[in-house]
Every structure is written in C-alpha cells, then in structure tokens.
Design a protein around this ligand. Structure first.
Ligand SMILES: [Zn+2]
Length: 270
C-alpha cells in the first residue's frame, strides 16, 4: 500500500547527515512521496535541491510563523522565484499564537501575503495553525473557498471546526500526535473528518509517534508513517486498508500538481 507523507522537513540538520538512508527506509516502507516544507529563506535552496535530486521528494516553499523575523528585504521576490522555478506548494506558512509575546499582527501580514500568492499561482498550501483558529476562520471568510486546496498540518483544533475548514477547501492532516495515549481531541477530529478530506503526515524530524512496545527516541522519520496510519485507523474505528487507501487518494488529489508522475514500469520521472 503506497503512502504520501503530506508534511515533513527533510532539509532539517537532524535528517541531512543520514538523508539517503532515511529516504531509502521511507520508500521501502511504502512512502512513495514526501512533501517537504522549507521554513525560511535559508533552507529554500536545500529544499529545491532535495526535490531535484530525489524523485520521491515534492517541495513547498514558505516562511514559517516562527521565523518571520529572519526574512530579508527581498523575501517576497525570492519566494516567488523558487515557486516559479519548480513544481511546488506554498508552506510551511501559518499563524502560531502559543507564545503570548509573538507579534501577531506581523504573523498575520506575512501569512496573508503567502496565502494570497498561493491562490494567485494556484498552488497547494501547507498551513501551520496553533491557537489562532478564530484568526484563520476570519481570513477564510474573507477570501472564500480555495480553488486549489490546502491542508492544516498536524491538526490540533476542535472536531467541531473540521467541517468549517472542509467547507473552505482545506484538508485536515493528522500526524503521529494521534498515536499518543492522551490524544483524545485528535481522535475526535479524526472521527469527524470526511472520508475524502483527510491526509496523514509525520512532520519529521518532529512529533515522534508513540508505538506501544517500541521505544522511539531522537528524530522522527517518514518511514514511521505506516505505523502512524495503522494506529490512527484503529483509534478512529476505521478499516486500516480503507483508511490508508483514502489518505493516499486524498493526498494525490491535494498535491497533484507537485507530485512527480511515474512511468508504467514504476520508474519515477520528473
Ligand atoms: Zn512542520
């Protein structure tokens, strides 16, 4: 059964030294595509190179809300250039109001700029939202339903908001956080999401999943996606095969424009 990791960070310094082993392990575990998200200008080039060098890697470019202070004077142009240069999505972009000291107005400005660019260019968008749900809904009400869909990564909102985001053309992405014993809210959201509106991700190297009986330490990696999918299916009372198949179909639909197609003989090409 094939998998698509809808959100990870292969450019991360915890991944790069073992990149080829990590990609091999992922592909052997059935993870045929990894959607890797840059987070700041500094890792745009590396993200592009990863996508050029590895047929299983699909890139997204964006400024993460944690790194808005790192931007150069030309960041908007730079972002647009990378998006033009290669089939790619916009991300990881978003709003994170967990830190009470965060400059929310600036985050909103940077997010709105990138979100508008994604819509203008017709690119899928990979969104990070923490404790900023009302602000996102407010923005969505203004822009209306997305023509090219996007996802909310490692969804941490309420089950009640799931249909609202679906209505605006967003997919709900579930990470290894739903494998943890206390993940009640995440499981409620999983049970609420429409069959054609969810995808799965690892957020590697972060969000280490909880596999009972196996002690995972250190960094997370895309090969863990199969285990995450099985636990997520079981905990939401879904048939694992059907769950995995739907997650794959949904991700293909969402990232259609940036995933490299395969030849009939299975060998990948750009
Ligand atoms: Zn991420």
């Amino acid at each position: 059964m094939p998998f698509i990791d809808s959100h990870c960070h292969l450019h991360d310094s915890r991944i790069i030294p073992d990149l080829s082993v990590i990609i091999d392990r992922a592909v052997n575990a059935g993870v045929k595509t990894m959607v890797t998200c840059a987070t700041m200008e500094e890792n745009f080039e590396l993200t592009r190179n990863l996508a050029m060098d590895h047929p299983s890697v699909a890139p997204c470019f964006g400024i993460h809300p944690w790194f808005i202070d790192s931007v150069s004077a030309e960041w908007e142009k730079k972002l647009e250039n990378y998006l033009m240069a290669i089939p790619s999505g916009v991300g990881e972009i978003g709003l994170d109001f967990v830190d009470k000291e965060a400059d929310q107005a600036r985050q909103i400005k940077v997010f709105e700029y990138q979100f508008a660019l994604a819509r203008e260019m017709g690119r899928p968008v990979n969104i990070h939202i923490r404790k900023a749900w009302d602000t996102l809904i407010h923005i969505l009400k203004r822009v209306g339903k997305l023509e090219t869909p996007g996802l909310i990564h490692s969804y941490s909102g309420s089950a009640d908001m799931v249909p609202v985001f679906e209505k605006y053309g967003l997919y709900i992405s579930f990470s290894g956080s739903v494998t943890h014993p206390g993940a009640k809210k995440g499981i409620q959201a999983l049970k609420r999401v429409s069959p054609d509106r969810f995808v799965i991700e690892t957020d590697s190297p972060d969000i280490l999943p909880f596999f009972s009986g196996i002690k995972l330490t250190g960094r997370n990696e895309p090969a863990n996606l199969a285990g995450i999918a099985e636990i997520a299916a079981r905990r939401s009372d879904a048939d694992p095969d059907e769950f995995i198949c739907r997650a794959h179909t949904n991700s293909l639909r969402l990232f259609e424009s940036i995933i490299k197609k395969e030849r009939n003989d299975g060998s990948p090409f750009r």
